[in-house]
Design a protein around this ligand. Structure first.
Ligand SMILES: Cc1ncc(COP(=O)(O)O)c(C=O)c1O
Length: 470
């Protein structure tokens, strides 16, 4: 056998992965596979095909099957067969070429918003690159070899230890590393707990909240029951037959206030009396500006609360790391649901975050960002006082967004007016539970952390220009 036969045979039998699938038997499947290889250019014009017996052996089919397929493709003009030179891809069997590019007319200028004041993200330009890199380097240098093997569903012990200390100190969470399960953020925690069957609905949720979380729950088959809000937060007295309640006690999302201390106590009483459970979404608990942060409800009764946090607001949503602090009785079920192979967060990122926290970089970053966001909040309040004194900003004691209260019935036009001025933001309606009967609140949700530092001034100016007149 000549070298060229061997090469062709190897290419066609192995490298090209001819898949004999589909209807009509092996012969029809081989014809389709060869035709497709020629058509797509994987077999170039002039390429010599392997003899029947080599290809038959490679593919595990009878020699006649190959002979028939070749004959058919010769008859169709895809292949040529000549005495002495074997079977080749026909010269005129041109592979498909990408369609010639039709030059576009003058490209339209992107018409996206010029000022991004949507809530949700921290200032991406403030990510602590240098400190994170230092933590990553140290984590990589010190990591034992086992780190590069399969991980464990609970997450790295280094991170769970660092979080135990940090959450106790900064958020008043009472726990131990064995009750912490690392995940990829709050939404992932919901998926694991409800999608994985650790918890079941119906679940009470605040009447205003993140629609995306309601979608995650609905996808897991969980019915959410809206709990009305008043100036003291969620109406705990309206809890009914639900098994669990999801709250944002430190800073109601998105309306802004903390859950009143009497309601914090009341929800724990409810959980104890009904064998219920509180899910605590502590999404921006570190950012409180005028007083000490409000501690986690979990500290009141660690056996009745699942405390869930993530670095999506404090560092960046791109890091995709979060944690569940679980009552002991849920730990095994949460680990089982996470499974041996399901979505561990990157172990190297976990180790970096562990170092970032333990080395004090996390505290330094949070302190720096707290000052920065507080100053932005103050600039917003000052700008409103100067240019739109009829509009009150609420929910401003904490967090990364404020709500500008509007007269009833004016929200939709205010959102439209902002869009006309190139400002992206949402109205409160975007967060309202579709089944709630609580009175509608009109307001604009302004994410003052989102723009980078240099873009904030112009965004604020544009916002003031777009607000409804008195
Ligand atoms: C109300 C609320 N909870 C939690 C989170 C955190 O979500 P995740 O950890 O899935 O990024 C966010 C978004 O950042 C949020 O707006």
């Amino acid at each position: 056998m000549s070298a060229s036969w061997v090469n062709s045979a190897e290419r066609i039998g192995s490298d090209l992965h001819l898949e004999l699938t589909g209807p009509g038997g092996r012969r029809a499947a081989l014809i389709r596979a060869l035709r497709e290889a020629v058509r797509s250019g994987r077999l170039a014009p002039g390429t010599r095909l392997p003899p029947y017996r080599s290809l038959a052996a490679d593919l595990g089919v009878a020699r006649n099957t190959v002979a028939d397929a070749y004959a058919e493709l010769v008859a169709e003009g895809w292949l040529t067969a000549r005495q002495g030179s074997g079977t080749r891809v026909a010269e005129r069997a041109e592979p498909l070429r990408p369609a010639a590019r039709v030059p576009k007319k003058t490209p339209a200028r992107p018409r996206g918003p010029r000022h991004d004041l949507t809530q949700g993200t921290p200032d991406a330009s403030s990510f602590p690159r240098t400190a994170w890199l230092a933590s990553y380097r140290r984590a990589l240098q010190q990591a034992p070899n086992e780190v590069f093997g399969p991980g464990a569903p609970a997450g790295r012990p280094e991170l769970r230890e660092a979080l135990t200390e940090y959450l106790a100190r900064a958020r008043g969470v009472r726990t131990e590393p064995g009750r912490i399960v690392i995940c990829s953020g709050f939404a992932h925690a919901l998926r694991l707990l409800f999608g994985g069957g650790v918890l079941r609905g119906p679940l009470a949720v605040e009447a205003y909240g993140l629609g995306f979380h309601r979608e995650v729950l609905a996808a897991a088959g969980v019915r959410t029951v809206p709990l009305p809000l008043d100036e003291d937060g969620a109406r705990i007295d309206r809890l009914g037959r639900e098994r669990a309640v999801l709250l944002t006690p430190a800073h109601q999302f998105p309306t802004g206030g903390p859950l009143h201390p009497a309601r914090r106590a009341a929800v724990i009483d409810w959980a104890r009396a009904r064998d219920g459970l509180v899910l605590e979404d502590d999404y921006d608990g570190e950012f409180r500006y005028d007083r000490k942060p409000v501690g986690a409800v979990q500290g009141l009764d660690p056996e009745r609360v699942i405390h869930i946090g993530s670095v999506s607001k404090s560092l960046s949503p791109a890091v995709r790391l979060g944690w569940m602090v679980l009552p002991e009785r849920y730990v095994d079920a949460a680990l089982a649901t996470k499974g041996e192979r399901e979505a561990w967060a990157s172990v190297l990122d976990q180790l970096s975050l562990a170092d970032f926290i333990a080395s004090g970089s996390y505290d330094r970053h949070v302190r720096r960002m707290r000052l920065r966001y507080r100053s932005r909040r103050d600039r917003l309040v000052t700008a409103l006082a100067e240019h739109a004194p009829h509009i009150e900003a609420s929910g401003i004691a904490a967090g990364l967004h404020a709500v500008l209260r509007l007269p009833p019935g004016t929200e939709a036009s205010a959102v439209k007016a902002a869009a006309w001025q190139g400002i992206a933001l949402d109205g409160l309606a975007a967060f309202r539970h579709p089944e709630t009967d609580m009175p509608v609140r009109d307001g604009l949700v302004v994410g003052y952390a989102t723009p980078s530092e240099h873009a904030y001034g112009p965004a604020l100016e544009a916002l003031c220009g777009a607000l409804p007149p008195p």
